[in-house]
Design a protein around this ligand. Structure first.
Ligand SMILES: [Zn+2]
Ligand SMILES: [Zn+2]
Length: 190
């Protein structure tokens, strides 16, 4: 069955992956399944920055698209960057086919607090919906409670909810059909 596919890069807690899958299903009303984990993205490590190149991780991900994939979301625990920014919580290709999110800065322990699995799962869901929303052509939303609103910090992430606002929902519904799988379309460059 055609589905949004969620894939870990390296070892990611099953409970987090399950929460992400559930959140994507609720937001987009599409089937979601997982794929076997890919390797840790050590190939994307930038020693000077001590972070991982989001562009390289996304490129790697798109070389491993399973059959019947509508959209592919990679999940990593590594801290991601793009050259212009000190970090990114995630990156997506506007209008697909793929996106990646980083859990590194969604963890309470990153800020010196005790770990909180519930907080991590909720933040991960919102960021997953945000990035997959971009792959469906949704841009940033002015409603600060909508997961499509821009979040540069976890404070922003915490302020928004996991479900698309009515305006993003109708934009998505307009674009939804026929949703060809990624396998039948030309590979995106870069
Ligand atoms: Zn965004
Ligand atoms: Zn919205």
């Amino acid at each position: 069955m055609n589905a949004i596919v969620v894939g870990a890069l390296g070892s990611i807690d099953d409970a987090v992956l399950a929460a992400i899958a559930g959140g994507l299903e609720r937001a987009f009303h599409l089937p979601v399944r997982s794929m076997p984990p890919l390797q840790e993205p050590s190939f994307a490590y930038d020693a000077q920055r001590g972070q991982y190149s989001s562009v390289l991780v996304l490129r790697h991900l798109l070389e491993h698209v399973p059959e019947s994939t509508i959209r592919l979301l990679g999940v990593t625990d590594r801290d991601l960057f793009i050259p212009m920014l000190s970090f990114v919580l995630g990156q997506a290709q506007l209008n697909g086919p793929g996106a990646v999110i980083s859990l590194a800065r969604l963890r309470q322990e990153f800020y010196g607090f005790p770990p909180d699995a519930d907080v991590l799962r909720l933040r991960a869901v919102k960021e997953a919906v945000h990035e997959i929303g971009h792959t469906f052509g949704l841009t940033h939303c002015s409603d600060s409670t909508c997961p499509m609103s821009l979040s540069n910090t976890v404070r922003h992430v915490d302020a928004k909810g996991p479900e698309l606002c009515s305006s993003c929902t109708s934009l998505f519904e307009e674009r939804k059909p026929p949703l060809p799988t990624m396998n039948n379309r030309p590979r995106a460059a870069g």
